[in-house]
Write a protein that binds this ligand. Structure first.
Ligand SMILES: [Mg+2]
Length: 350
């Protein structure tokens, strides 16, 4: 089938989630249409600027392109990456490209009547174990979660050791000894803080510390690894493409990689990043892995069996962009077998 149209739109968000997480990350919707009448939808990043990259540059490169196989999508990816490289390579151009890539996977899968996880290679597991990101640990326990990523505490922007220890104790107490718990300071700690937190939280048996410092501080994270062990360093939501992750690999900065499928280059580049990780024995736990794009990827590849979810996002009650998104049942989340990513765009949002 030939691509006849492609359009990126920044959704009309009206209500911000508690954490302002959606608005801050500038997600965009990409719609691609083929001469067969098939349509595919993708989710990318870069906000209004990402839409311009797609609508004013990538669109003209894509019109008329044949998409009949996963290989064809890979060729499109390579072409768009190279032709946007002078201004792209990282940041919003690759976030935009991610949306295009996911739309093409959705298009191809829908045209074949298959779920995307079948196109990737088929399920290796029926469902993924979910973890809840957030502080409402008693609620997550009651929902059936056995894993949680709680927020560390801050006072006026400075790390709060007492508050963070209290949060760790609350998570461990609510979820029990067997639960997997971790924390994410969103680049809010430094080397000294991280070292002290590791000592302070040692009794709570945390799996990982996430996003400790900025993605450009690779050597600092590499040096911290032995200092905070057995706690692992996770990160990579702000890193993109296999080239970016090659630098992470060479520096030895991260124990666990967390590419975001809607930012790192989509499923196509996500698979290349995963190859690099697994051939170096590095576990991969995609950022926001419980959203459809990450979920199809997790259940059909060698990713670790752990999918990030944000239960508060399901409580908002408005601004539902994707209809039919899977929710957690008894601590697990499974993608549907509907064609494509199995979700429908709420047209009222665009
Ligand atoms: Mg994070």
């Amino acid at each position: 089938m030939k691509i006849t149209d492609i359009k990126a739109v920044y959704p009309k968000w009206t209500k911000l989630p508690e954490s302002k997480w959606q608005s801050r990350f500038w997600q965009i919707v990409v719609r691609v249409e083929a001469d067969t009448g098939d349509v595919g939808y993708g989710y990318g990043g870069g906000g209004e600027a990402g839409c311009l990259v797609i609508n004013r540059h990538m669109r003209e490169l894509l019109l008329g392109t044949e998409i009949n196989s996963v290989n064809a999508i890979q060729h499109v990816w390579d072409r768009l990456y190279h032709l946007s490289l002078p201004y792209g390579r990282k940041g919003l151009a690759v976030m935009a490209l991610s949306g295009v890539d996911l739309a093409l996977w959705d298009l191809l899968a829908r045209a074949q009547g298959l779920p995307v996880h079948r196109l990737i290679g088929g399920r290796s597991k029926d469902a993924a174990r979910a973890y809840a990101t957030g502080a409402n640990v008693e609620k997550y326990r009651d929902m059936g979660f056995s894993a949680n990523k709680f927020p560390p505490a801050f006072i006026n922007g400075s790390p709060d050791y007492v508050g963070t220890e209290a949060n760790a104790r609350r998570a461990r107490t609510a979820l029990g000894d067997k639960a997997t718990i971790m924390t994410d300071c969103y680049m809010g700690w430094d080397v000294q803080t991280t070292t002290r937190m590791a000592q302070l939280l040692s009794e709570f048996n945390l799996y990982w510390f996430e996003d400790l410092v900025t993605p450009d501080h690779l050597l600092e994270q590499a040096a911290l690894k032995p200092v905070i062990a057995p706690i692992k360093i996770a990160g990579g939501e702000h890193e993109v493409t296999r080239f970016g992750f090659k630098s992470v690999l060479d520096s030895g900065a991260l124990d666990i990689w967390q590419p975001d499928l809607t930012w790192c280059g989509g499923i196509t580049e996500g698979l290349r990043i995963l190859d690099l990780a697994l051939s170096n024995n590095i576990p991969v736990v995609p950022h926001r892995g419980g959203e459809p794009w990450g979920l199809h990827f997790i259940v059909s590849t060698g990713c670790e069996d752990l999918a990030e979810t944000m239960p508060e996002r399901w409580d908002i009650g408005s601004d539902v962009l994707w209809v039919n998104e899977p929710h957690v049942i008894d601590g697990y989340i499974r993608p549907t077998d509907e064609p494509g990513f199995g979700v429908r765009l709420n047209e009222a949002m665009i």
